[in-house]
Every structure is written in structure tokens, then in C-alpha cells.
Design a binder for this molecule. Structure first.
Ligand code: TYM
Length: 333
């Protein structure tokens, strides 16, 4: 690692197949940042247990997220790609930070409110303390910047508050992390219900496009996407949420501005625009899918990478944890 470079940490839950929301909101940016920062990209398997998981499927999905990191172009020599449960410091720091987090703060988390409404039969303590574990993930590595979609912003703000609180009591310990939220793909919306976030745990498959959906399926889903009344392709989140979402998707995939998209499709019909967006997404994902297939077939390689990186991440995390243990008054050898 180059000690002059700033540090990035981000994570993805292996709780479902990843969507283009995950890709455009997070993974695509991970790749852009790898040259200028020391990056830790984690498969946050411990977070998934807040909702019931099938153990075999969870294991496979953890490999899938790692293979997707690689397929999206993350260089395994330049980035620390690892699994959260392989580094026990995450759970250890989470306990400490939990003692510096207030119930009221956790009760205000919108994701907790949403998820407990959706899983009313399983409102477990982990779901409630989830943002503390996320704060531990970030703070363990003295992270400067966290690339995330806007849905994680509130959790990041809590991590900052916890870090500041700890620093105020014990002196400078944690770096206060900044969010890195892409403008055009901060929140990719559902294709059928564009007033809600595209989510990998949605029950209606037409609401999301998966990174691994076949080219046909991608095109079909975009053709079915809900548009709005009127016929103009203009950006207006309030009155034209469907079209605005498609503009954001096209702009992010092509790395152009919303204004450029509007110009390009001036006078086009909704139907033609939907086909163009679907085609652009399918084209962008094709090389990722092909690389993914190669990586996922080589579990021995993935395992060796995970073992090596668990050690690298663990070594750095242990340093911070030791510092924290000393500050709170534990006996450390
Ligand atoms: P997760 O697994 O739900 O999502 C992974 C990343 O994808 C982003 N994202 C989206 N961005 C734009 N539009 C969408 N529709 C969309 N859906 C998801 C998320 O914002 C996220 O950046 N709690 C986190 C995982 C986590 C984490 C961390 C992230 C655990 N520890 C530490 C950063 C740092 C989560 O559930 O993300």
C-alpha cells in the first residue's frame, strides 16, 4: 500500500443477486477510484444475517460478489478484496462502538424502520444495531472516503457521529469519513415503481435489472419499464419519475450528463428511448458477465485471494482495534 494515498472502504451485502443499482451506485465507482486511493472493498456477509438466509446460498453469493468485484475491473493486486467475517476485528470494534451509540440514534435510521416494517416477524437486535457494525467496518481502516448510494448516507452520518464522539472523549483516534455519492446514479429507481429504490430483495423481478441478467431479459425489462404521461424526454423527478430514472441510467452507463441524454433523444418516442437504454445497459454488462463467468468458475483462485486479503485487512484492522482497546482501558499486550 502507498502510504501517501487516502483510504477508501466500501461494502456490498451478498444478500441477493446484485442489480444495476448496485453497479451504477457503487461498483462502477469502486473501479474509478482504485488508481488514486488505497481501497478496501468488502463482502459484508455478517450484515446479511439481519434477515434470514439460506446458508448454502449465502456462501455462493459471497463468492458471486467477489467475482463481480473482479469482473467490474477491480485489480486484486491494488485493492484489498475480502470478506467481513474473515476479519474478527469488525465484530470486536462493533461491540465497543455500540457502547457509544444511543438507542435514539438507531431508532431514527430509516432503513431500520423500513426493514422492520417489511420483516415484522423478525425484528431482531442485529437489524437494530446494523449501523454500528457498518460504522466499525468503516472506522477500522481509518477510512477517508466511502463510495455509496444515497440510501447509505444516513448510516455514514451516524458513523461520523460515533467517530467524533469517541475522538472527543479519548483524543484523535478515528478519521472522520466523507461520503462519495455519484450525482446521476445516487439512487437508481425501480423500473415498475419509479418512486421506490431498485432493490435486490424486491419480490417483483421486473422492478430490477440484475448485473447477470441475460441480454434478452435486460431488453425485455427495459421495454416494460413504466414511463409517464406526456411524450417528451425531459428530466423531472417529480412529474416524470420513470423517464428521469431512465435518463439517469443511460447517463451513468455512458458516462455523460443528463443534459446530453436529453439532447440526444430530443424528439424520440418513449418506446425507442427504452430500447436505447436497455441496449446500452446490455452492452455495458456483456463484458462484465463474461469475465464474471471465468472468475466464478475458479473457486481455488478466489479462495487464495480471500485468504491473502483477510490477512492484509486483518493486520491493519488489528492496529486500530489495539489503539481503541488501549484508549478505553483494556490491558493490551
Ligand atoms: P447494499 O448491499 O444494500 O448495497 C451495496 C451498494 O449499492 C448501493 N445501492 C444503490 N445505489 C444506487 N441505486 C440503488 N438502487 C442502489 N441499491 C444499492 C448502496 O448504497 C451501497 O453503496 N449497508 C450497506 C453495506 C455496507 C457498507 C459498509 C457500505 C456494510 N458496511 C461500509 C459502505 C461502507 C448495504 O446494505 O449496501
Amino acid at each position: 500500500m502507498d502510504h501517501n494515498k487516502k483510504i477508501i472502504f466500501s461494502g456490498v451485502q451478498p444478500s441477493g443477486s446484485l442489480t444495476i443499482g448496485n453497479y451504477l451506485g457503487a461498483l462502477k465507482n469502486f473501479g474509478k477510484l482504485q488508481a488514486d486511493y488505497n481501497c478496501y472493498y468488502c463482502v459484508v456477509d455478517m450484515h446479511t444475517l439481519t434477515v434470514r438466509q439460506n446458508p448454502e446460498i449465502l456462501k455462493e453469493r459471497s463468492y458471486q460478489v467477489l467475482a463481480l468485484y473482479l469482473a467490474c475491473g477491480l485489480d486484486p493486486e491494488k485493492n484489498v478484496l475480502f470478506i467481513q467475517s474473515h476479519v474478527p476485528c469488525h465484530a470486536e470494534l462493533s461491540w465497543i462502538l455500540g457502547c457509544y451509540t444511543y438507542m435514539g440514534e438507531l431508532q431514527r435510521m430509516t432503513q431500520f424502520k423500513d426493514k422492520s416494517a417489511r420483516h415484522a416477524d423478525n425484528i431482531n437486535a442485529g437489524l437494530f444495531t446494523y449501523p454500528v457494525l457498518m460504522a466499525a467496518d468503516i472506522l477500522l481502516y481509518k477510512t477517508d472516503m466511502v463510495p455509496i448510494g444515497v440510501d447509505q448516507k444516513q448510516h455514514l452520518e451516524l458513523a461520523r457521529n460515533i467517530a467524533e464522539r469517541f475522538n472527543n472523549i479519548y483524543g484523535d483516534t478515528f478519521v472522520i469519513p466523507e461520503p462519495y455519492i455519484p450525482k446521476q446514479s445516487a439512487k437508481i429507481m425501480s423500473l415498475q415503481e419509479p418512486d421506490k429504490k431498485m432493490s435486490k430483495s424486491d419480490t417483483n423481478v421486473n422492478n430490477f435489472v440484475l448485473i447477470l441478467d441475460s441480454q434478452d431479459v435486460i431488453l425485455k425489462k427495459f421495454k416494460k419499464a413504466v414511463t409517464d404521461s406526456g411524450c417528451e424526454i425531459v428530466y423531472d423527478e417529480i412529474n416524470k419519475p420513470g423517464i428521469s430514472n431512465l435518463i439517469n441510467i443511460y447517463a451513468s452507463v455512458k458516462d455523460i450528463s443528463r443534459e446530453d441524454v436529453v439532447k440526444e433523444f430530443e424528439g424520440s418516442r418513449y418506446g425507442d428511448f427504452k430500447v436505447a437504454v436497455g441496449t446500452a445497459v446490455a452492452e455495458a454488462l456483456a463484458p462484465i458477465q463474461s469475465k464474471y463467468n471465468d472468475f466464478i468458475a475458479d473457486k481455488a483462485y478466489l479462495d487464495s485471494l480471500l485468504k491473502r486479503n483477510a490477512e492484509i485487512a486483518g493486520e491493519n484492522a488489528r492496529k486500530t482495534l489495539k489503539e481503541v482497546y488501549e484508549k478505553v482501558g483494556f490491558i493490551v499486550f
